[in-house]
Design a protein around this ligand. Structure first.
Ligand code: GMT
Length: 376
């Protein structure tokens, strides 16, 4: 198949999933065209089957708000027409689904038929989509999609609850490539440099947006630190970063905190960690938790959204109510108390991650593509 993939090129989960999916499809012989405004962060290596088409918005002084969606729609028309695409797959509804719809309608006037599939990732529905100013366009674009997927049962339910959707939604969970994790050797030098005296290493990875409740990570860490030697590694960057630093100063934890910023090779860092903390307010799936588990790192998380479909309480980690940092800390200490318990959680986390291996998920997308092409 000749497939156009539209995504955000950033570190966010939807961009990572879209890029890794495209790379895996290209490996299987499909021709993949990534269409977005910057080269996706995870698109480091090209093969003959991968092309990248950049959407460039000119900053004409009239525009207070550059019309990205229109330029994207025009680019889609161009790529579909000249690269002879069979299908478009857009990741994240806003504004990709409506841009794909517009491109589809323009191409129809020229006698070209192009179906498009929309994958809902979470904040497009749970946060942004529920904003009344977006709602009519999102509802319309989802209903016009020739296929719709959601990354968890929970997100599917929320979509039906909050939008008037007549379309069916297939749940295709996020994935990791377990082989990449199996091949990684623990970087002992990195481990020693972070925790020179054998301290436990606690890690959090996110975009540090409010929804991630990063200050809860620090609160939980403070309680762990009060009971055992431990180090905290924060990977990522975003609006709540200053709060983390201020809180660490107030609690006197700066010596035990390492802010790593945006890291490309998260597998290497995860492989040295003992525990991952994900205290999010809302999380449609929690790809970061799955990545941690694939790296044999148990997860302390909230029980919100799609997380219970990934993290298993008392097996791969523990789940607590949003904001219940005392419970999270008590659970963290249960896991970290001795090597035997920690190793059991590590092993079970890895076993659970295997259920989301690319090899199991990729055929589900391919089957959907076939179905949509057949119907169209
Ligand atoms: O978590 C974010 O803020 C980024 C966002 C994105 O669109 O990249 O993540 C969402 O999609 C990920 C991939 O499907 C999911 O694993 C995340 O749970 C979801 N984030 C939220 O629902 C808050």
């Amino acid at each position: 198949m000749n497939i156009g993939i539209v995504l955000y090129p950033t570190y966010g989960g939807s961009g990572v999933v879209g890029t890794e999916l495209g790379k895996a499809l290209a490996d299987k012989g499909h021709k993949i065209h990534f269409i977005t405004y910057r080269q996706p962060v995870k698109l480091e290596e090209f093969t003959a089957n991968i092309s990248y088409h950049e959407v460039r918005v000119s900053d004409y002084p009239l525009f207070d708000y550059p019309p990205y969606e229109l330029v994207l729609a025009s680019k889609l028309v161009d790529v579909v027409k000249y690269e002879k695409l069979d299908l478009l797959h857009v990741h994240y509804a806003i504004p990709h689904a409506s841009a794909a719809y517009m491109a589809q309608q323009i191409l129809k006037t020229e006698g070209i038929e192009i179906p498009f599939i929309t994958t809902l990732h979470g904040t497009d529905i749970t946060l942004v989509g529920k904003d009344a100013s977006f709602e009519p366009v999102i509802t319309f674009a989802i209903n016009q999609s020739n296929g719709v997927t959601a990354v968890s049962e929970s997100l599917k339910r929320e979509t039906y609850e909050h939008f008037k959707i007549q379309n069916g939604i297939d749940v295709i969970p996020n994935f990791i490539c377990i082989k990449q994790y199996e091949e990684v050797k623990i970087d002992h030098r990195l481990r020693e440099s972070i925790a020179p005296n054998g301290e436990r290493i606690i890690i959090h990875i996110s975009n540090f947006r409010k929804v991630k409740r990063v200050t809860d990570v620090v609160k939980v860490f403070a309680q762990i630190r009060a009971k055992m030697p431990a180090k905290l590694v924060m990977v990522g960057d975003g609006p709540e970063r200053n709060k983390i630093e201020q809180m660490c100063r107030t609690l006197g934890l700066c010596g035990d905190l390492q802010m790593m910023g945006k890291v490309n090779d998260t597998i290497r860092v995860l492989s040295v960690a003992d525990l991952f903390i994900l205290p999010s307010e809302s999380e449609s799936f929690g790809l970061a938790a799955l990545e941690a588990m694939a790296a044999k790192t148990p997860v302390i998380s909230t029980n919100t959204g799609g997380i219970p479909e990934v993290n298993i309480d008392d097996v791969t980690g523990y789940m607590s109510n949003i904001g219940d940092v005392d419970d999270m800390s008590a659970n963290a200490l249960k896991i970290l108390k001795d090597d035997e318990t920690l190793n059991r959680f590590k092993k079970d986390a890895f076993e659970q991650a295997k259920r989301f291996d690319l090899g199991k998920i990729l055929p589900q997308y391919e089957a959907l593509y076939e179905r949509v092409l057949h119907r169209h």
